[in-house]
Design a protein around this ligand. Structure first.
Ligand SMILES: [Zn+2]
Length: 332
């Protein structure tokens, strides 16, 4: 494989076939490797240092009811920090949506009896909005906490600097591994347009019972820029298990975490998982005996769902991820 070296200082660069930009780990220079991207526009949000993150971790322990009581048994195993690249941009969406909401309508008659019925209300809305979107510029499956860092960024809006404006001292202060960018500007724009329409669709889905007509299109994204955001993960040990907390690097806010569960809560979830398995097994047996395969199927599915649900809760990291890559950041 071809060997890549930093254009500014000649240091070797780690480059994969997906790499669009590799920021030199020695001097901070953004090396353009492939794809469409203007390296002079890359911005970076400087990070706090490792000690400040450790301090934020212990402050979090003090704040948390459960963690505080196990403070003496908590041990930090590792603190890992890096900058990851994100694409941000504004997408104008416009179109029309018709949807139906089912509402309960009640009236009381002359004899004092109340009658209720479900009525369908139809709505028509014209959409004309600018969405500010932001999403990871890496190809792999999103790592834990990435969405949370984006959400926090869009609320906090910390100052950023042009990466090229950092001199040696500036770079030395913020020095941390920078993950390679793996999505170029054209790919990012394409995904932003798709995700912008999805953001609108989800919005209408959540406020209606049925979407009857949906014709919303997204324009070419504007003000598209690549931003490097610092993210830290603190790995800690309680008894024999490892947990972690993700911190936003610029202000040390804890944005996501897996936590040791107090024993009573874990027991509660385990009971749920066991119940699910039993319902599944009994249902399958009954259905098999009676030849009622549908009953068996439903019970098995329901049981499996139940035990899966509670089982996942026991395994912590109980999170629901959204579909698209780009998140709406409407408070921009
Ligand atoms: Zn360099």
């Amino acid at each position: 494989m071809e060997e890549f070296r930093c254009e500014r200082c000649g240091a070797p660069l780690e480059v994969s076939p997906e790499t669009i930009v590799a920021v030199c780990p020695y001097c901070g220079f953004p090396n353009h490797i492939s794809g469409a991207l203007k390296t002079e526009d890359i911005r970076i949000v400087p990070t706090l240092n490792k000690n400040a993150i450790a301090q934020a971790f212990w402050e979090r322990v003090e704040r948390d009811f459960d963690l505080k009581r196990m403070r003496d048994r908590i041990e930090i195993v590792d603190i890992e920090g890096h900058y990851a690249p994100y694409w941000a941009g504004t997408v104008h969406v416009e179109g029309d949506v018709e949807y139906t909401v089912e509402e309960e309508e009640c009236h009381t008659d002359s004899e004092g009896n109340t009658h209720c019925r479900t009525v369908e209300r139809h709505y028509h809305e014209h959409v004309d909005r600018n969405l500010r979107l932001m999403g990871s510029a890496r190809r792999q499956v999103q790592s834990f906490g990435v969405d949370d860092v984006i959400r926090h960024y869009s609320k906090a809006r910390p100052d950023s600097k042009r990466l090229l404006d950092l001199d040696e001292d500036g770079w030395g202060r913020i020095k941390l591994e920078i993950l390679n960018t793996e999505m170029d500007e054209n790919q990012a724009k394409l995904m932003m347009r798709e995700d912008a329409v999805d953001v609108i669709r989800r919005e209408f889905s959540s406020k209606s019972d049925r979407i009857d007509y949906f014709d919303v299109t997204a324009d070419e994204p504007e003000n598209v820029s690549l931003l490097l955001l610092p993210m830290w993960t603190v790995y800690y040990k309680v008894e024999n298990s490892i947990f972690h907390v993700v911190f936003a690097g610029w202000d040390g806010k804890d944005v996501a975490a897996t936590e040791p569960m107090p024993i009573w809560r874990r027991a509660q979830y385990l009971t749920g998982a066991v119940m699910g398995t039993i319902i599944g097994a009994v249902g399958a047996a009954y259905g098999g005996a009676a030849g009622a395969s549908l009953v068996a199927l439903f019970a098995t599915l329901f049981g499996a769902g139940l035990s899966g649900y509670f089982g996942a809760k026991v395994l912590e990291g109980q999170r629901i991820e959204h579909g698209g890559r780009f998140l709406g950041a409407r408070r921009w």
